[in-house]
Design a protein around this ligand. Structure first.
Ligand code: HUF
Length: 678
C-alpha cells in the first residue's frame, strides 16, 4: 500500500513514523530520556515538518512558517520546534535540492570548503554547505558537471550514456527533486521479450520456465550462504558465480542420479515380470494336469452300489478334491495374471516418463546465461567477482514503486544543481595536502596546459570515484597518468577498504535511427548470446526515448573487452544482432552512434561499486569515514578530509540517489564539526 499524508511524507523521508532513529536520539538526548510523552511531542513536530516540506518542496520551509503551520499544542514550545527544524535541515530531510529561498544565505562565510568532483554527490554537498553559510568551491576535471550522469543530446536525439533509471519512487530523494525541477519521469514497461541466438523469439513458456529456474538458483545460493553458512572454501571467500555454478553442477549430478534410479526401477520391474510369468506358466501347467486328471476321473466314474459304498465314497472324494484344487489354482492364476498386468502398466509408465538426460539443454543454458548477464549488468561485474555473502547487502533498502527513466535526459538534475555554485570545470586535481591547519589542493587547468592552481581551504570533500581512488592508492609502479596524490598518504584502513571494495564496469551503445523498426510498445527487448562467455554482449536493448533511439547494454566480461575494440566493430556487432532479429532489410543504418568506455575514462575508471569477494557492507562505511590528519602538537583533532559518492553509502550504493544522499550526509557531518550544533 502506498502511504499518503503525514505517514507518506515520513516514509518518503526514509524515517520511521513511530520512533526516533539512533541519530535523532543522539542529537536529542533530553528527548530520548524524557519518556513516551516527550517522544510523542518530538515525533509529532518532526512528522508535521516533513509533511509540510514533502507537500511543497518548491519553497523553503522556514522555521517561522513551520511554527505557524504547526497545529496546537505542538507549537507551544518554539525552542523545540526550532531545534527539530534545524536538525531536519542540517541532515538533508527538508530544504534540500532546488527551491525558492525565503531567507537569504548568510553573507558572512563560516569556513572554506573545496569539493572535488561535480558529480551528483559533489553538487549535493556543495549546495548544502553553501546554504549553511560556508564558502564553497567545486573543482571538476571534465568540461561539464554530472560525472557518471551524462546525457547525449543531438538534434532530437536524447540518450543517457551513464545513469538512466530512477529505481523506485517512494523514499527516493529524486522524487522530491523531480517536483522541483523539470524531470520528465516515465515508468518503464518491465516486459522484455527475448530473442534467441538465431534471432527467433524465445517462446513465452520457455522464457518463464528458465526465469523460474534462475530465481530458484538464486534462492539456493542464498540458502547456501545464509542457512548453511557456506561462505568459505578453505580460506577463500566464495563468490556468487562459484556458488551458482556449483549448484548447477549439483543439479546435473542430481539429474544423473535420478536417471540411474529410474533405470534400476525399470530393471527391477522387468525382473519381477519375468518371475511372475514363470509362476504363471507353472500354474498353467498345473491347471492343465488337474483338468486332465479330473476329466479321466469323470470318464471312469462308477455308479454307486456295485463295488460297495466305501469305494464309491473314495472315488467321489477324489473327483471333488481335484475339482477344488483346480478351481483354487485357477483363482491364483487369475490373481497373478492381474498382478502381471499391473507390473506391465508400471513398466509402461516408467518407460513413458524417463527423466530428462540433462539438467538444462545447451539452448536453455544460454537463456539462463541471459539472466546471469542481467544480474552482471545490475552489479556491473562478473558474478565470479561478487561476494556470495554480501553482494545483495543493500536489498532491504530498495525503494518501492515503479522504476522510471528521465525522458528529457538525467543531466537536467546535475545542471539544475549548479545553481549559484562556484564550479571550476576543466580543473583536474593532482594533489590533496591535508594537515591539522587546513588543506591545499593542487589542480591543473586542462584548457590552459601546464597551468596549475593551488586552492586553500579548511577542509576538502573528496568525491573522486572508487576507480580513481583505487589508482591513487595503487602501487607506485602501476601508477597511471592523471592520478591524484594524497599528502600524507591515506591511512591504511582507508587504503585497504579502497582496495577491497569492487569497482565494476558497464558500457552502452547508443544507436539513433530515422525510424522505429522495433515494437514501439516495448521499452526493452533481450538478445540471448551464442556462448556463455559472450552473454553480456548487447544482451539488452532499451527503447525509452520518444525519438527512434536504441540503447544496447554491454555487461559482465564483455564490458571490459568491448573497450579495446573500435567503434565501427562494436556498431557492426549491434547491427548484425538487430538484423538477425528484425531482418536485413528492416534495419536502416544509424544516423548517430555513441559508444561508452567507462573503464578507460580517466575521471571514472569504471561504472559503479560492487561488494567484491572478500569485501562486505562495512567497507562502504570505511570509505565514508572522514580522515583526521596525523596529529601534531597543536592538533585540533578535526577531520579535514571528508568523502562522499556512491561508494560511500552502505545502504544505497551504486546509484544516483545513494550518491546524492551521501552528499547530504557529509554536509550534515561537516556542519556538525565546523559550525557547531544548531
Ligand atoms: O563520478 P561521479 O558522478 O560520482 P558520484 O557523485 O558518486 O555519482 O562524480 C565524480 C566526479 C566526476 O564528475 C569526475 O569527473 C570528477 O569527480 N573527477 C575529478 C577528478 N577525477 C574525477 N575532478 C577533479 N579532479 C580529478 N582528478 C556509469 C554508469 C553508472 C550508472 C548507470 C550506468 C552507467 C553506465 C544504469 C544507473 C546508475 C542509478 C542507473 C550509477 C550512478 C552513480 C552516480 C555517482 N546506471 N545509477 N541508476 N549508475 O545502470 O541510480 O540507471 O551514475 O552512482 O552518478
Amino acid at each position: 500500500t502506498v502511504l499518503s499524508g503525514q505517514e507518506g511524507a515520513v516514509f518518503q523521508s526514509r524515517l520511521p513514523f513511530n520512533k526516533m532513529t539512533p541519530n535523532e536520539e543522539a542529537c536529542f538526548p533530553d528527548i530520548s530520556r524524557s519518556g513516551i510523552l516527550g517522544h510523542r511531542v518530538f515525533l509529532n513536530i518532526r512528522n508535521s515538518l516533513l509533511h509540510m516540506w514533502v507537500d511543497n518542496p518548491k519553497i523553503q520551509l522556514s522555521f517561522e512558517i513551520a511554527l505557524k503551520n504547526l497545529p496546537p499544542p505542538f507549537d507551544s514550545e518554539p525552542s523545540l520546534v526550532r531545534r527539530v527544524h534545524s536538525f531536519l535541515e542540517r541532515h538533508g530531510f527538508i530544504n534540500f535540492g532546488i527551491f525558492k529561498r525565503l531567507k537569504p544565505i548568510p553573507a558572512k562565510k563560516l569556513g572554506k570548503v573545496i569539493v572535488i568532483g561535480a558529480g551528483i554527490s559533489g553538487l549535493a554537498v556543495a549546495h548544502q554547505l553553501q546554504q549553511f553559510g560556508m564558502d564553497v568551491i567545486v573543482l571538476e576535471a571534465r568540461d561539464r558537471v554530472g560525472g557518471r550522469i551524462s546525457t547525449f543530446r543531438k538534434n532530437s536525439y536524447i540518450a543517457d550514456v551513464g545513469a538512466m533509471v530512477v529505481t523506485g519512487v517512494y523514499g527516493n530523494p529524486m522524487t522530491i527533486l523531480s517536483k522541483q525541477i523539470g524531470m520528465d519521469l516515465v515508468p518503464i514497461q518491465q516486459t522484455c521479450p527475448l530473442y534467441g541466438p538465431d534471432g527467433k523469439p524465445v517462446p513465452k513458456e520457455k522464457d518463464d520456465v528458465i526465469e523460474r529456474e534462475f530465481n530458484r538458483l538464486l534462492e539456493s545460493a542464498s540458502y547456501l550462504s545464509h542457512r548453511l553458512d557456506f561462505n568459505y572454501a578453505g580460506d577463500c571467500p566464495v563468490s556468487l558465480g562459484d556458488a551458482l555454478e556449483w549448484i548447477i553442477s549439483m543439479q546435473e549430478m542430481q539429474v544423473m542420479h535420478k536417471r540411474g534410479q529410474h533405470m534400476q526401477e525399470i530393471i527391477a520391474t522387468q525382473t519381477k515380470i519375468i518371475e511372475q510369468r514363470r509362476r504363471l506358466k507353472t500354474l498353467r501347467d498345473t491347471i492343465g494336469k488337474l483338468k486332465n486328471e479330473h476329466l479321466a476321473m469323470i470318464n471312469q466314474r462308477k455308479p454307486k452300489g456295485t463295488d460297495g459304498d466305501l469305494k464309491y465314497c473314495y472315488q467321489e472324494f477324489n473327483i471333488r478334491n481335484t475339482q477344488i484344487k483346480m478351481e483354487e489354482t485357477i483363482s491364483t492364476f487369475h490373481d497373478l495374471h492381474a498382478e502381471e498386468k499391473q507390473m506391465l502398466a508400471k513398466l509402461h509408465e516408467l518407460e513413458q516418463n524417463r527423466p530428462s538426460d540433462v539438467y538444462l539443454s545447451s539452448r536453455d543454458r544460454l537463456i539462463l546465461d541471459w539472466h546471469f548477464a542481467n544480474l552482471e549488468f545490475a552489479n556491473a561485474t562478473r558474478l565470479n567477482n561478487l561476494s556470495l555473502k554480501h553482494w545483495d547487502q543493500d536489498d532491504d533498502f530498495e525503494f518501492i514503486g515503479h522504476h522510471t527513466t528521465v525522458r528529457n535526459g538525467y543531466s537536467c538534475v546535475p545542471v539544475a544543481l549548479t545553481e549559484n555554485l562556484d564550479i571550476r570545470v576543466n580543473s583536474a586535481v593532482k594533489e590533496i595536502k591535508y594537515g591539522t591547519k587546513g588543506v591545499e589542493v593542487v589542480a591543473e587547468n586542462l584548457k590552459t596546459s601546464n597551468s596549475q592552481m593551488t586552492y586553500k581551504a579548511d577542509l576538502v570533500v573528496c568525491t573522486l570515484t572508487l576507480g580513481v581512488l583505487k589508482v591513487a592508492v595503487a602501487h607506485k609502479e602501476s601508477q597511471q597518468s592523471n592520478t591524484v596524490k594524497f599528502d600524507p598518504p591515506l591511512p591504511d584502513w582507508k587504503q585497504q577498504a579502497i582496495k577491497r571494495l569492487g569497482f565494476g564496469n558497464l558500457n552502452k551503445v547508443v544507436l539513433c535511427f530515422d525510424r522505429i523498426f522495433w515494437d514501439p510498445n516495448a521499452n526493452l527487448f533481450g538478445h540471448v548470446g551464442s556462448t556463455t562467455a559472450s552473454r553480456g554482449e548487447m544482451f539488452l536493448f532499451w527503447s525509452i526515448s520518444s525519438s527512434p533511439v536504441l540503447l544496447a547494454l554491454v555487461a559482465g566480461m564483455a564490458a571490459n573487452l568491448v573497450e579495446s575494440v573500435t567503434d565501427d566493430i562494436i556498431i557492426g556487432r549491434c547491427m548484425s544482432v538487430l538484423k538477425n532479429i528484425f531482418g536485413n532489410t528492416s534495419v536502416p543504418q544509424p544516423k548517430e552512434t555513441v559508444v561508452t568506455r567507462w573503464r578507460s575514462d580517466p575521471w571514472a575508471r569504471g561504472s559503479y561499486s560492487y561488494v567484491s569477494v572478500g569485501s562486505s557492507g562495512s567497507d562502504y562505511d570505511l570509505l565514508a569515514a572522514p580522515v583526521i590528519p596525523p596529529s601534531s602538537k597543536d592538533a585540533e583533532g578535526l577531520p579535514r578530509l571528508f568523502f562522499a559518492g556512491e561508494h560511500t553509502i552502505r545502504n544505497y550504493p551504486a546509484t544516483v540517489h545513494g550518491a546524492y544522499l551521501s552528499g547530504l550526509r557529509e554536509a550534515g557531518r561537516i556542519a556538525d564539526y565546523y559550525l557547531g550544533y544548531p
